[in-house]
Design a protein around this ligand. Sequence first.
Ligand code: FES
Ligand code: FES
Length: 154
Amino acid sequence: MEVSMTVNGEPVTRDVEPRQLLVHFLRETLDLTGTHWGCDTSNCGACVVLLDGKPVKSCTILSAMAAGHEVRTVESLEVDGKLDPVQQGFHETHALQCGFCTPGMQMTVRALLDENPNPTEHEIRVAISGGICRCTGYKNIVAATPWAAEHQEA
Ligand code: FES
Ligand code: FES
């Protein structure tokens, strides 16, 4: 079947299997491998992208379900060599080690700050609770968020 959607600001149309998951559409059909696929159980959150600005696990929806919608992946964060404050915040606060969870965590934090520019620690922890990080203990991911909030352009 043919699906059309906007990915990182660009309209795309592709023929796909009706059963194809959005995470595979992004990684295999569009070669946008920044979005990670980390489990078969919808638990890890490495696959989080923004669908019309809301974080979704791209392994839990079909490509066809994203048709007509706007998808934003981790590749959209850096623009012309300038890191998004969320990416810079992860760098400044050492919020990643192996980096496998990072795309999902960063998109989750991006969505949180878009909706709530000054979240409390509790709100940050609730927002990232759908993702699993096996390296950092979450502390520095939580710390990266206020760093990003303080460095957002008005
Ligand atoms: Fe693990 Fe989507 S790949 S939740
Ligand atoms: Fe390794 Fe999060 S940095 S899983």
